[in-house]
Design a protein around this ligand. Structure first.
Ligand code: ADP
Ligand code: TZP
Ligand code: MG
Length: 262
């Protein structure tokens, strides 16, 4: 079935809700993208907090509105803290989101993410190679980068969504967001987004935040993708390379209105 585009009224409503609700997002993410992730959430009006000590992580995930688990720089100790945070989030009915960074070639993180799939993630967001690998359909990409296109990974995303009950977002030149039955498509963004570290990881944090909103989760996750794509499209027209892109991108997120969020 052909993917649908997002409805303009729904995305405008989700943006409004995002700012009004200002989700408190517990980010357990990698060492590379901490500040960028926090800045992206803040620019959109959400409230990030990076809590990683095992005991505190367990405590905080029950207080936060949403939890992000990103395995980009996973260690054994972090894996234990992440499991504790997920258990506590689930007990508190807090939605949690998985970013399976570089899953496939690396055994420890691949096994860890496979185990997490049984713990009812609300959403999973990855690039094409990560989603293919997580679904057991390929051996992963090139480190943290994809070697596949998002459209190639769409069947894997749909299978994963049906198996886990999560909304799965597979991103790239076009983003596809699926619950296994219905699929939404988000266009826009720019290839320059792959020349700046952390756009995918930060998007996963925004996806996590969107899971705390009321309404249809498939639409809310797709709207999160649309925020990033739209800001990317706007920022690239004002920037001359990766450095100025980052500043323009944060400004564009901050100034987003309902326009162009498809
Ligand atoms: N070629 C591209 N054209 C437009 N947008 C892109 C392109 N590649 C990635 N993006 C955007 O960059 C963001 C990060 O996605 P992606 O690169 O797939 O994740 P990751 O950084 O985890 O590999 C998403 O908003 C996605 O839509
Ligand atoms: C470079 C790198 N290495 C481990 S995690 C990470 C960041 C990946 O960020 P993104 O998935 O958003 O490109
Ligand atoms: Mg990534």
């Amino acid at each position: 079935m052909q993917p649908d585009l997002l409805d303009r009224a729904q995305t405008a409503h989700a943006l409004q809700q995002f700012r009004r609700r200002s989700p408190l997002v517990h980010c357990m993410t990698n060492d590379v993208v901490q500040t960028f992730t926090a800045n992206v959430l803040l620019a959109l009006g959400a409230s990030p907090a990076m809590v990683i000590e095992p005991e505190e992580a367990q405590q905080f995930s029950a207080i936060a509105d949403a939890l992000l688990i990103n395995v980009g720089t996973l260690t054994r100790e972090r894996a234990d803290a992440m499991r504790a945070a997920i258990d506590s989030a689930r007990a508190a009915d807090t939605p949690w989101t998985l970013d399976p960074v570089a899953v496939g070639a690396l055994t420890f993180r691949t096994q860890f993410c496979q185990q997490l799939l049984t713990l009812q993630p609300a959403a999973i967001r990855g690039n094409a190679s990560e989603i293919l690998a997580l679904a057991g359909m390929s051996a992963g990409g090139r480190g943290v980068d994809t070697t596949d296109t998002a459209s190639t990974a769409l069947p894997a995303a749909q299978t994963l969504a049906r198996q886990t009950g999560a909304i799965v977002a597979v991103t790239g030149e076009v983003d596809y967001i699926t619950d296994g039955e219905r699929t939404l498509m988000v266009t826009g963004g720019d290839a320059l987004m792959t020349r700046v570290v952390g756009t995918g990881c930060a998007l996963s944090a925004v996806v996590a935040a969107s899971c705390a909103l009321e309404g249809n989760r498939l639409v809310n996750v797709a709207t999160a993708c649309a925020f990033m794509a739209r800001a990317g499209s706007l920022a690239v027209t004002k920037s001359t390379g990766p450095g100025s892109f980052v500043a323009e991108f944060l400004d564009a997120l901050y100034a987003l209105n309902g326009e162009g969020l498809q």
